[in-house]
Design a protein around this ligand. Structure first.
Ligand code: ATP
Ligand code: MN
Length: 486
């Protein structure tokens, strides 16, 4: 057996008592021909491995370059140097893999996040990205823990779907037909009957519709999987491939839905603070440092940890779309024409600048916006009976979006339309082919129940918790327009 190592994080939690251990990892730095700062990915804190002068031959010492991998065995003793409480006095050092310092792309200095994005295969070896990906792991684990404790079942909805009714975004086609010469119908359109599945298929944009099928039998389900949107928007909040968490609950109305979403968000943040404080402290310091470059008025009012604790300790602000429009219309920001998209009135879709104004300037806390105009939301959302034509207000639907400071929309959800006749009517007006959706409509035919659910974009959540400004820096290998490297 090769691997009898102790992880550095575990070792650092012990007292130095001359215990004999083996560690393995990558050299971060080697100084004075004696002190190795060793990192094994379990923590950002390096272990000082001491190669006593005269004990090792020069050839070996020359190979202790940045990112070389080594195995070291020795005795753990209290450290006399400052900065660490223990060190490993090495008896043996074995080079597992050399790293040519001349060509190794990362220097032991600060690199920009943009530079590291081009070196995404190696960026895990930096403190920032190691912290981000450990926090991402902790959050993913907390997601499963939360739902498991609540009796939800993890449902795996398909990645390849034939349904194009979701309308959540532009889709990627999945086909085995030859692109240079696809079979055609008489009218010149592509003959998908000859395709692999005998019909046109896409990568899923959401597991919700299938999730509803699960919820209306199992009670409470959630999905947690990749979703794909051919969004041609190059923003710091959109990916073409992202991970979404979609709980769907039978016997829930919109308020139940909002309560669950708020509890869920607080739970996973709390879990990360409790279980990964070291990495969050590191990321908080990183963010504070980054913000020093900004002019005073662009800096956050709170540090990262303070912000997360604030979110935990305060109720999210709940208000209706209609109330939000009134606030935005009356705002000085609008009156001084500072919005790129002016507030034209009830019925308009909110742009991210409006959402961010509400969250960051007006309420200064997460906001749950409810009851949007039916005309700007998806067909499956429950219609409220509140049209007021005299005031220019049509029906609203039982939708909710949760908006977070610095991120904007983090959750989108709704109570679903459970009444077959209302749903069919809605689909007709929105041109959604009911025949193709027969399986979805069956849930409303056979024992329909009030039910609700939401989708939380996992990367946006990771951004919020880690304070990383660009979504490309919280997923290992980002997929964005014109970029699918690695
Ligand atoms: P946005 O308006 O920000 O594009 P959306 O209205 O398209 O979001 P939904 O369809 O409601 O979003 O998706 C649910 C959640 O998935 C969103 O609240 C967001 O957290 C996340 N999300 C949506 N699109 C993306 C994307 N392209 N990249 C990463 N996360 C996304
Ligand atoms: Mn979108």
């Amino acid at each position: 057996m090769f691997n009898k190592r102790i992880k550095i994080k575990e070792l650092l939690a012990q007292l130095p008592q001359e215990q004999q251990v083996t560690v393995m990892g990558w050299v971060r730095t080697f100084r004075n021909n004696q002190f190795i700062a060793l990192n094994d990915g379990s923590t950002n804190t390096n272990l000082q491995v001491v190669a006593q002068l005269g004990k090792f031959d020069e050839d070996l010492l020359k190979r202790l370059t940045t990112s070389a991998s080594i195995k070291a065995t020795g005795i753990v003793v209290p450290s006399l140097g400052k900065g660490q409480k223990m060190e490993l006095k090495a008896d043996t050092i074995e080079i597992l893999g050399d790293s040519d310092a001349e060509v190794y792309p990362l220097q032991p200095k600060k690199h920009s996040l943009e530079f590291l994005r081009e070196k995404a295969h190696l960026r895990f070896r930096t403190n920032t990205f190691a912290s981000v990906f450990r926090v991402r792991h902790t959050l993913a684990f907390a997601v499963h823990k939360f739902f498991n404790e609540k009796g939800f079942f993890y449902l795996h909805t398909p990645i390849i779907t034939a349904s194009d009714a979701e309308g959540a975004g532009e889709m990627f086609h999945v086909t085995t037909l030859p692109l240079d010469n696809p079979p055609k119908n008489d009218d010149g359109t592509i003959n998908y009957k000859e395709d692999f599945f005998g019909k046109a298929t896409n990568l899923t944009v959401s597991g919700q519709l299938e999730g509803e099928l699960g919820a209306t039998a199992l009670g409470d389900i959630y999905t947690f999987g990749p979703t794909f949107r051919a969004e041609n928007s190059n923003t710091a909040r959109h990916l073409a491939e992202f991970w979404m968490i979609e709980p769907e609950m039978a016997f829930y109305d919109l308020e139940d839905n909002a309560n669950l979403a708020e509890e869920f968000i607080k739970y996973i943040i709390h879990y990360a603070l409790e279980n990964n404080r070291e990495d969050l402290d590191f990321l908080a310091a990183r963010l504070a440092d980054e913000e020093k470059q900004l002019p005073q008025d662009k800096r956050s009012e709170m540090g990262l940890i303070e912000k997360l604790e604030f979110v935990l300790n305060n109720d999210f602000q709940r208000l209706t779309y209609t109330e939000a429009i009134d606030i935005l219309r009356e705002s000085n920001h609008n009156k001084k024409k500072k919005f790129q998209y002016p507030i034209t009135g009830w019925g308009m879709d909110l742009q991210s600048e409006h959402e961010r104004y509400l969250v960051e300037k007006h309420f200064k806390k997460p906001v749950i916006l409810m009851n949007y105009p039916a005309s700007i939301k998806a067909f499956y959302m429950r219609v409220n009976d509140d049209a007021n034509p005299a005031e220019g207000r049509g029906n609203t639907v039982a939708a909710m979006d949760i908006l977070a400071p610095g991120i904007g929309e983090i959750v989108g959800g709704s109570q679903r339309e459970a009444r077959l006749d209302v749903l069919l009517e809605k689909m007709k007006t929105m041109d959604i082919p009911a025949e193709e959706m027969w399986w979805y409509l069956d849930t409303r035919r056979f024992g329909t129940v009030p039910h609700a659910g939401f989708g939380l974009g996992f990367e946006r959540m990771v951004q919020f918790v880690t304070g990383m400004g660009n979504i490309r820096d919280v997923i290992a290998f980002p997929r964005t327009p014109k970029s699918a490297e690695f």
